[in-house]
Ligand binder design. Sequence first.
Ligand SMILES: [Zn+2]
Length: 77
Amino acid sequence: MATMRDPFAPPPDDPRRQFRDLEATLLRCPRCAAAVPVRKRLLLVLPEGDKFEYVCVRCSATCGTKIERPPPVALRL
Ligand SMILES: [Zn+2]
């Protein structure tokens, strides 16, 4: 009930954990006209994957979006 779990933190055995390394990156912000640190925000859950947007930490402009497709599961099991 009082679990303060980060919704963006998958369990350690989640294959999507690898994406966390890519999130600590700089993107070019159209408003700041510079590479800025960005925050990742879940926008939509689509059938083909989760759609995230990257938001500038300075001015909150959207710097980009990405759809993270879930890895193919159990196709070979
Ligand atoms: Zn900005």
